[in-house]
Ligand binder design. Structure first.
Ligand code: NAD
Length: 506
């Protein structure tokens, strides 16, 4: 592969023995009921990173029973916001203390670069601190306008037992977008991390125990979607499922929960466009496009895997983006200079490559990359930075989640046409526009059907700002006050005060 930036094996020291991951059930570390385990091999280095217990339906049964009992006894669910915030703040400090240990396992299980893993762990502890602030400041409503003898109070209560099911692409960050918010409200939880990345959630469990989290409030069951995830979605003692992952599995969870009508909150896939207007700051936009498509090797729900460029500036913009793409360091995730690491699995790499080949066969032109990348001295799978131009809006590469470092370039003539292409999609997670005209940006922001719109920036996120998708990108929101609200039930209390109630029968 010529003219791209590759980081070879850094020979960083790796752990000698695999991390041993067990279930956390009712405050105890437990093996699976049948003793089964599974291994996770590093997608970049090929070593066995972890050996984890492979959960069964019986393990889920025990974990849910423990979460249910811990919720129903009221010691946690009716504890003060102050006490819950104190626990969350302790966990945040412990996450900071263990940052290097967590980051190393995250790198080796997911293939992401070490600098990015460290930043994610820092972002995660910030989420625990933000959720602590919400634990002390949430409140309901009072109604003093119902007449002389009546007072109405709207209580906000924790929804109950929550199943938390997470994916492999940001394992520690995503569990931290859910768990501290659920705990802030007084919920109790059963968590299942992805089978690709079980270890860092187990470390989080250790930190929760060290911080004094009561037994049963947080339970962890490791393993696969079937049977662990399905049992967590169907158990009648679970009140809510919060899931981040693919739209395909999200739909199956909705179907699985329908028998018990649980609340379901879903953060799913995206096919997120950035629109480049001719008056945009093209250098800044090209840099954001590079970030948008290569961050986390494109294995990112917010990946801006398609861009729509005004035809007047299309060739100029593709040239700038190609030049930047050649400079992004791809390779050994243990090297501090690396910005893009390994692809999560060989099967996933094949899927990425199939999208690129299909587009080429349908008339699109590959302007950069389009092939696997060999990294000397490493035993894993890597994919080259790839730019595919002349993409038509109906091609699978323009409509489906590729989840790799692959950019699709489409062109348009008018803002109207761009908005119509943006909205002609099954997904609606995020969208962006680049223009120096504030009216153009505002019109786009109001008309794009996406849960997040960025103008003249991409991928900035804050704990205070809600995140989630429209259409097949999900339902419900995480982060901000809206994220907390997901874990709350609303109860109406209507009270008569003073005078005797007028009789109905007489
Ligand atoms: P996935 O859907 O394959 O798996 C996610 C989790 O669901 C894993 O823990 C898996 O074991 C579990 N699971 C699988 N089958 C299940 C079933 N039948 N019942 C219950 N649980 C089951 O997703 P993935 O490949 O791990 O992650 C990539 C996907 O996640 C992408 O589509 C990406 O867009 C999406 N994602 C979305 C967001 C967001 O915030 N919108 C964030 C990150 C990732």
């Amino acid at each position: 592969m010529t003219n791209i930036t590759v980081v070879q094996n850094s020979n960083a020291s790796l752990p000698d023995v695999p991390f041993k991951a067990r279930h956390l059930i009712n405050g105890n570390w437990a093996n699976s009921s049948d003793g089964a385990v599974f291994e996770r091999r590093s997608p970049s280095h090929g070593i066995i990173v972890s050996k984890a217990c492979r959960g069964t339906a019986e393990d889920v049964d025990a974990a849910v029973a423990s979460a249910r009992a811990a919720f129903d006894d009221g010691n946690w669910s009716m504890s003060s916001g102050k006490d819950r915030a104190t626990l969350l703040l302790k966990v945040a400090d412990l996450i900071d203390r263990e940052r290097e240990r967590i980051a190393l396992l995250e790198v080796l299980e997911s293939g992401k670069p070490i600098s990015q893993a460290r930043a994610e762990i820092e972002g995660a502890s910030d989420l625990w601190r933000y959720a602590a602030s919400l634990a002390r400041t949430m409140y309901g409503e009072s109604h003093n306008t119902l007449g002389k003898d009546m007072l109405g109070v709207v209580l906000k209560e924790p929804i109950g037992v929550v199943s938390i099911i997470t994916p492999w692409n940001f394992p520690f960050l995503i569990v931290s977008q859910k768990l501290p918010f659920a705990l802030a409200t007084g919920c109790t939880c059963v968590i299942k991390p992805s089978e690709m990345t079980p270890s860092t959630t187990v470390i989080l469990g250790e930190l929760l125990m060290e911080a004094g989290c009561p037994a049963g409030v947080v339970n962890i069951v490791l393993g696969f979607g079937d049977p662990v995830g399905t049992a967590m979605s169907t158990d009648p003692r679970v009140d809510m499922v919060t899931f981040t992952g693919s739209t395909r599995v999200g739909k199956s969870i909705v179907a699985a929960t329908s028998g018990t009508l649980k609340k379901v909150s879903l953060e799913l896939g995206g096919k997120n466009p950035q629109v480049i207007m001719p008056d945009a700051d093209l250098d800044s936009a090209a840099d954001a496009v590079a970030l948008g498509v290569y961050f986390n090797a494109g294995e990112c729900c917010n990946s801006s895997s398609r861009i729509l460029v005004h035809e007047e500036v299309a060739e100029d913009f593709i040239a700038r983006t190609t030049e930047l793409s050649r400079r992004v360091p791809f390779g050994d995730p243990m090297d501090l200079d690396t910005k893009v690491g390994a692809i999560i699995s060989a099967e996933h790499q094949d899927k990425i490559h199939a999208y690129v080949q299909d587009a080429a066969q349908s008339g699109a032109s590959i302007r950069l990359g389009g092939q696997a990348l060999e990294i000397d001295g490493l035993n894993g799978q890597f994919y080259s930075p790839t730019i595919v131009a002349d993409v038509a809006p109906n091609m699978p590469i323009a409509r489906e989640e590729v989840f790799g470092p692959v950019l699709s370039v489409l062109t348009f003539k008018t803002l109207e046409e761009a908005i119509s292409i943006v909205n002609d999609a099954d997904y609606g997670l995020s969208a962006g526009i680049w223009s120096e005209n504030v009216h153009t940006c505002l019109e786009f922001a109001r008309r794009a059907r996406a849960g997040t719109v960025w103008t003249n920036t991409w991928m900035d996120g804050f704990p205070e700002m809600p995140f989630g998708g429209m259409k097949e990108s999900g339902q419900g929101r995480e982060l901000g006050r809206y994220g907390l609200e997901e874990f709350l039930e609303t109860k109406t209390v209507t009270m008569r005060i003073g005078a005797t109630r007028g009789a109905w029968v007489g």
